[in-house]
Structure formats: C-alpha cells, structure tokens
Design a protein around this ligand. Structure first.
Ligand code: HT7
Ligand code: ZN
Length: 868
C-alpha cells in the first residue's frame, strides 16, 4: 500500500492540453475512446505515467499508429520514448452496472452518472489523474435516445445528431481548461425544470434541473436557491457565472452530498428535492447551503483549483466559508454560526483527538477519499474565517480579488491563497500559516483581574495544543479573540479584537468601571476549546446581556457543561439550580422575537459535544446526567412548557423564519414534555392528567401537521422518550409515504434512535424492507450512521452489541463501497477515549476488520491508524 506525501510533490512531466472523449453507453460494456493532445514539459526523458483502474484496455494509438510497446501495472500505464508533442488515443471498456463503489462511471437507478473527485477519472480511461493537469474537454455521448433522452456533459452543447442505427450522438464542449476530477457525464430519462438567470453584465444563463420523473416541483426551492446564490456571489465577491448553461442532476445513489463538476453539478437527491410533505426546515436550510456551496465552487475550486490533493482545503475550506456567509445573509447569522460551531465542537474536535488527526493541509495520505473531512472542510472554513476577522470585510475582499487576478485558470496551493491575502493587505501572515500545518485543537485558558483603584481590567490568555496522533509540531498560533467587557449595571460596554500570538499574553484595559464581566471568544472567533472558570451567576448574566447572540448561547452551553462535569465528579446527576430554571421559565413565558434562537438557548448540549470535554469519555455518567436534566426540566416546568407550546400559532407551512422559529420552539417543548411522561417524574396527583394532556398534544401535533417538520418533531420526541404512541405513528408515516426513498430514510433514522435494546430488532426488520438497498449509501447511512451517531445509549452498550453491529456492517459494505465503509467506521476509531471495558470490545471489532481479506485502502488506512 503506497502512502503519498506532500513533500514528494513534483510538477507533471507532461501536460495534456485537450481531450476528446467518446462514450458508447452500455450497462455492462461501455466503450470509451479518449484522444488527448499531450506535450513534454521541460528537457527530460521521463516516461509518461497514466493512472488507470478497473477497466479493460482495448487499444492504444500514438499519432494514429497502434502502440504495443508499453508497460501496464494494476494502477498505471507507462509510455516511454515519446516525442515532445503527440496525440494519444486510448480505448477502454467499462462495466457501469457492476460499479457499486460509485466512483467513475456507474448506474444510479437506471441513469448513467459519473463521480470523478478525487481519483475517479482513472476508472474511465488511462489519464494523468491529478488536479494540476488542466485540459479542454470535448465529450461525445452515444446512446439509445429513447431510453436516455438526456445526454449531458460539461460545458455548452455543440451538436445533437441521430445516427443511422437509431442511436443519438450528443456533443459537449467545455472551453475552460479543467482537471479531470471536474469531468461529468449523465445519461438518463428525467423530468426537467428550466429557468434562466441574467448575470450582472447582462449574459443570459440557462438553468436546468434534472430529477426523477414526477419530482419536477420538488426542485423549485433548489432552483430558487441557485438564483439567490448567483446573485449573492456577484454582490459579495463580484463573481459571475461563465458558461451559457448551468445544470444540476439529482441522483439517489451518491457517496456524498453533491459534486461541483463544471457546468453539470451532480447532487444527492436529498439535497435537491423538497416539498413541505417530504422535507423538514433543516432540509430546506441544507439544500440552500449545498446548492450555494457547489455554485461557489465554480470560482473557488473550478476557475482556481488545487495543485495537488493535499491542498484540498484551498477549495473546500474557502467554499464552506463562502456558503456559510451566504446562508447567514439569507437567514440569521447567529443561528448559522451556532450550527457551524456545533459541527466543530462535535465531529472536528473528535477528529483532532483521534487517530486520524491531521492538519487542514494533510502531509500524507494513503486513500485521498479519507481526507474529505470535517478538519479539511469545517476547520478549513474557520481558518479562512479568522483571516476574514483579522483583515475585516474590505481587506478580505481585496485579498480575494488579488487571488483571482493572480490565479484564474491555475492550479495553486494554500500558501498561494494566504500570500494573496497578505500581499493585498500588506500584512505579515507568516505565523498564521501554522494553522495549515498543525493538527489539534488549541486550548485557550482565560484568567482576569480587575483593579478598581486603577480602574483597569487585565485579561490573560494562554494557549496550548496537546500532541496529536499525526505528530505535527505544536507552536503558538495566531488566535483572534473577540472580547466584550460589560459592567454589571450595563452602563459600560466595550468590544475589542485581541490577537494572541504568544503562548501567554496579558491585555490591559484602562478606564474600566468596577464590576465588569468579560465575554471571551464572542462569535467563536477561533476554533479553540475555551477554559475559563465563571460562576453560574456570571454565565447567566452573559446569557442575558452579551451583545453577541453566539456568546449568549455559548454561555448557556457552558452552564450545562459545568453541571454535567459536577455530576460526573459527584457520580450522580446534580439538581438543576433554581436560577437556571428561573431563566428557562422566563424564556418560555416570554419567548424572544427570535423564536429559533430562544429554542437554541433552551436546548441542552448533545452527548457528542459534552463528550469532547473529557480526555476519557465518561459515557454512562454523561448519558444518565443528560437524561436526568431532561426529566428535571420536564417535571419542574411542565406547565410552562405546555403554555409555551400552546401559545405558539401554527400556520399553513412556509419555509420562512418566523414559522421555522415556531416549529423549532414547539418541537423543543414537545421533546421535554415527552420526557415528563416517559418515567414517573410527575407527582402522583397530577400524573394521570398531565400524561393524558401531553399524549394528546403529541398526537395532535402529528395528526394536524401539514408538513414533515412537525411530524418528525413528534416522532423524535416520542421515540426518544420511549412512548407507546411512537410505533403507530411511525407506521402511519411509512404506510402513507414510505414509498418515497427520502421519507423511508427519515422513518428508518427515527426508528434506530430508539434508546432501548429493541432497536436491534427494529434494525433487522428495516434492512428487510424492499425499499432498503445495501448498495445505496443514503439507505445505509439512514440506518447505521443514524444509529451510531444519534443513539449513544445503544451504540455504547456495555455488552458491545452496538459496536459489533456497526463493525459487521462496515466489513460487509467494504466489499461493495469502500468509501462508504470508511466513513461509517469513524465512531469506532476513537476507542482509546473510552473506559477499559469498552476499549477492549471496540479493539476486538477493529482487529477483526483489519484482518478481513481484501480490505480496501480506505478502510485499512483508518483501522490501521486506529490500532497503531
Ligand atoms: N467536491 C466534492 C467532494 C467529493 C465528492 C462528492 C461526491 C461524491 C464523492 C466525492 N468525493 C469528493 C463535494 C464538495 O465538497 O462540494
Ligand atoms: Zn466543496
């Protein structure tokens, strides 16, 4: 198994300037003819090395003469003694029907579809499958026009002819040189949704969405989102779309969320299709954000691309940052930020603390697919955000303008990006670059001292990053720290941006009145773990008074996290303090205008977030404490929760912020209320009455719902509280809408979140439904990712049954779809973070996986690193 290293990067010895591809489509024997124009780069006699994998080679021609003098290995074709400039023709044959890995050309529900990032193009033909070889692509697709009326590829349509044998031949030309990972082909019979967009400079762009038959109207929201994204990128960054047509195809078999192929995005149908009956508010949010993300890649990724795959964060971190800014502009910046912070605090902090820890620019890779991670994407976006914070909006824009001016049409590095930011603003970012080479989550320790006599306030910040599994160096980083000082009487407020560059620095503020409280790391201005000791009263003060909504929410999170810690130390759940309950009462009785934000303030942190606060995760204590807190809230605030729920008006569904807030707050109330009747926590006197009222509320909420968000809210509350009413309602959902794959997935995910042992029986049952398919990543994730991520009680069972189930599924899936298997295995990798008994149980499962014959590189890399 061959590890690739960033340090070994070498510029390509040859360049491919253009490639003309012809596909004659056939499910089991598609023929691909590739004619490339290639030239030697520099004076050398190195051979041309082409990557290829998993197809049959039918022939090679050099300048139209058959070539037989070549070497072929499992993964490469080596051609020696070539002229300086030449034309190479290669004919290959592929079997898309048997391609269950969903890389290269495959069939998805009867439609042909490609996925070439990161290294899927080599499954189509022999080619220099690396992002720094940019060629102009022409694509011809030949197929039966009746079965496949839509024959699509990148760029603009240039020809469409009927052949003598009744087949159709459609040709596309993409004038923008691109790396082969951006190549795409789709052939199928779809419903089409069409619109157009006129760019700021007056060019008309045709917009076309292709979806499964009958789903045309479900693509309307995605199409509207696309137009919003196109306008936003023009207004925010001055970036216009460049081709005559922008196409989006939705497919059901897909390994990730979506793919930004030039002019022809391919999407997981989950992130295109939406109507109120099938999609939740969260789905609508995700669709807008992912549609934006793929569109923004047209400039950050396609026009300027990566030199090598170690630079992945160049396009992904930057594009996530751009999609986050877009979502913030379309809705609430605070809520978007809270969303992003949750991802960092759960998955990213866990990755940093586990065996797969890597910097946002990794230095070595066995399987590239394993590095499409929350670190590269989301921490990468935080690193871009810090540059934005340090430079300000105008400075960041200057940097972006220079970046495009310098690198449009080129394949570049993360360093090139930072250099543009630095040069455009005449700043020195040399220390900042450490963020690209250093893995791990910095801890930021805060202490403060107030000197009333001198009217000064001193804040001391200290940073430290623990060693990580990859052994990368740990030097002091540049940490932008947003700070607000507020006096207790609210007469004084000052906001500052501190920049910590040393291991320890003190910042002194003069003319500060007595009794000031510091809000540190407002807006989560750096992706760090904040360590500060603050009293409950001060946290409640910050939660009520900080100017920054994120800081207010964060103060509530810290309160809960402190209470969980106290419970872990005491070995039993503590009582929720009266002052905290009083705050809940106040919020429930007078919800803020922003109801969605109120719901966030009233929500407990999840198991994953809390777990990341402990080097060794006290699984049972955290779970017991969370359960106790939910029940304490439910029993003490039953009346307030019921009142809050009942006061909120329900209206015919629209995806609109006021309504989203109502639904979220009602859902939160129902979640707590369901807990009130899940155990004998209500006083005997009121038990029967409360129980009836709450059961009725839940039932009505489901039955009267005109949308999926409310239905899902009831079902989640009922399943998690283990209520009897859950099963009949789930059956109702399945019987009415379970034929729709996306609803089936929701139904399955709800079932597997049941926190009792019965869940194993349910899982066995789900995989036997005709709607379930082991070859469809959405189906598999709906069951097994949902189980391992959203059912910590059963996944972390002390008898190991949860671990065993996941490991057996991972082992099975690895034969058909290694990329999917390697993603599913993630929750098992951090076994060292659990108690000894659980460590042994997980280790045993990982050991069996490692020894499985024919293990993929994808899975091997992760399991081996975890066990080393
Ligand atoms: N750039 C894409 C990353 C990707 C991918 C997408 C779909 C299937 C497999 C994939 N491998 C890598 C997605 C994005 O970040 O926009
Ligand atoms: Zn992306």
């Amino acid at each position: 198994r061959q590890i690739k290293r960033l340090a070994d990067y070498q510029a390509p010895a040859f360049l491919t300037h253009s490639i003309e591809l012809e596909f004659v489509l056939d499910p089991a024997a598609t023929q691909v003819t590739a004619i490339s124009k290639i030239s030697r780069q520099g004076a050398h006699q190195l051979p041309l090395m082409l990557d290829g994998h998993g197809f049959e080679l039918l022939g090679i021609w050099l300048n139209n003469v058959p070539l037989t003098d070549y070497q072929q290995t499992d993964e490469q074709l080596v051609l020696s003694q070539l002229p300086d400039e030449f034309e190479l023709k290669i004919v290959t044959q592929l079997n898309p029907a048997e391609n269950t890995a969903l890389e290269g050309l495959y069939l998805s529900g009867g439609a042909y579809c490609t996925q070439c990032e990161a290294e899927g193009f080599r499954r189509i033909t022999y080619y220099q499958d690396r992002p720094d070889v940019l060629a102009v692509f022409t694509t011809h697709i030949i197929a039966d026009g009746k079965s496949y009326p839509h024959l699509l590829s990148n760029g603009n349509l240039i020809a469409d002819t009927l052949l003598a044998n009744g087949q159709r031949r459609v040709s596309w030309f993409d004038p923008f040189p691109k790396p082969c990972y951006l190549f795409a082909l789709v052939a199928g019979d779809f419903d089409e949704l069409t619109d157009s967009y006129t760019t700021g400079s007056g060019r008309e762009v045709a917009l076309k969405f292709y979806v499964d038959k009958g789903n045309q109207q479900r693509a309307v929201f995605a199409l509207e989102s696309l137009k919003r994204a196109m306008l936003w990128d023009e207004q925010e960054f001055g970036l216009e779309y460049d081709l005559d047509i922008y196409m989006v195809v939705a497919v059901d078999f897909f390994n990730m969320g979506a793919m930004e192929n030039k002019g022809l995005n391919v999407f997981n149908s989950k992130y295109v299709l939406a109507n109120p009956q099938t999609a939740t508010d969260v789905d609508y949010f995700n669709i807008e954000s992912i549609i934006g993300h793929e569109y923004f890649h047209n400039w950050t990724g396609n026009r300027v691309t990566c030199r090598d795959w170690f630079q992945l964060s160049l396009k992904e971190g930057l594009t996530v940052f751009r999609d986050q800014q877009f979502s913030a502009a379309m809705g609430s910046p605070t809520l978007c930020r809270i969303d992003a912070i949750k991802t960092i605090r759960t998955a990213q902090f866990a990755e940093d603390a586990g065996p797969m820890a890597h910097p946002i620019r990794p230095e070595q890779v066995l399987e590239m697919n394993n590095f499409y991670t929350v670190t590269v994407y989301d921490k990468g976006a935080e690193v871009i955000r810090m540059q934005h914070t340090l430079l300000g909006q105008a400075g960041f824009r200057r940097g972006m303008d220079l970046y495009f001016q310098r690198f449009d049409g080129k394949a570049v590095t993360c360093d090139d990006f930072v250099q543009a930011m630095q040069d455009a603003n005449e700043r020195d970012f040399s220390q900042f670059r450490r963020w690209y080479q250093q893995a791990g989550t910095p801890q930021l320790r805060v202490t403060s001292a107030q000197d009333d006599a001198l009217a000064s306030f001193t804040l001391t910040l200290q940073q430290h990053t623990d060693a990580t599994a990859d052994g990368s160096p740990k030097l002091p980083l540049v940490l932008p720290v947003r700070l607000e000082l507020i006096s207790l009487d609210l007469s004084y407020r000052q906001q500052h941006l501190l920049v910590l560059t040393e291991e320890r620095q003190s910042f002194v503020f003069e003319q500060v009145p007595a009794n000031v409280r510091a809000v540190v790391l407002a807006d989560f201005s750096a992706p760090v773990k904040l360590l500060q000791q603050i009293s409950l009263d001060d946290l409640l003060f910050i939660a009520a008074n900080a100017s920054d909504g994120v800081a207010r929410w964060d103060a509530m999170q810290q309160i809960w996290s402190d209470l969980v810690r106290q419970s872990v130390v005491a070995a039993h759940p503590v009582l929720i303090p009266a002052s905290l309950l009083a705050m809940f009462r106040q919020l429930l009785d007078q919800p803020l205008d922003d109801l969605e934000f109120t719901a966030e303030l009233l929500a407990l942190p999840g198991f994953d977030t809390l777990a990341e606060q402990y080097p060794q995760i006290p699984v049972d204590s955290i779970l017991d404490t969370l359960q106790s807190f939910r029940q304490q809230i439910a029993s003490q605030l039953t009346a307030e929760l019921t009142r809050c729920y009942q006061r909120l008006p329900r209206q015919p569904y629209q995806y609109q912020s006021m309504q989203v807030g109502i639904r979220k707050l009602q859902s939160l109330c129902l979640g707590y209320l369901a807990q009130a009747i899940s155990a004998t926590v209500i006083s005997q006197k009121n038990a029967a009455a409360d129980s009836d009222v709450i059961t009725q509320l839940l039932q009505q909420h489901y039955l009267q719902a005109d949308n999926m968000t409310d239905r899902q809210a009831t079902l989640t509350a009922a399943v998690q509280a283990g209520l009897d009413l859950a099963q009949p309602l789930l059956l109702d959902l399945l019987e009415k809408d379970g034929h729709d794959p996306l609803i089936f997935d929701k139904w399955a995910s709800l079932q597997v979140s049941l926190p009792t042992e019965k869940v194993f029986e349910l899982i066995e049952n789900i995989v036997n439904y005709p709607q379930f398919s082991w070859n469809n990543p959405n189906r598999v994730r709906a069951v097994f990712s949902a189980f391992s991520h959203y059912n910590p009680q059963q996944f972390h069972r002390a008898d190991g049954r949860g671990y065993q189930l996941l490991a057996s599924i991972v082992g099975k899936i690895d034969h058909s779809n290694p990329q999917l298997a390697a993603r599913l295995v993630t929750p098992l990798l951090s076994w060292k973070r659990y108690d000894e008994a659980r460590q042994l149980l997980i280790q045993q499962q990982l050991g069996q996986l490692r020894d499985q014959p024919g293990l993929s590189n994808d899975l091997f890399e992760k399991v081996a690193r975890s066990l080393s």
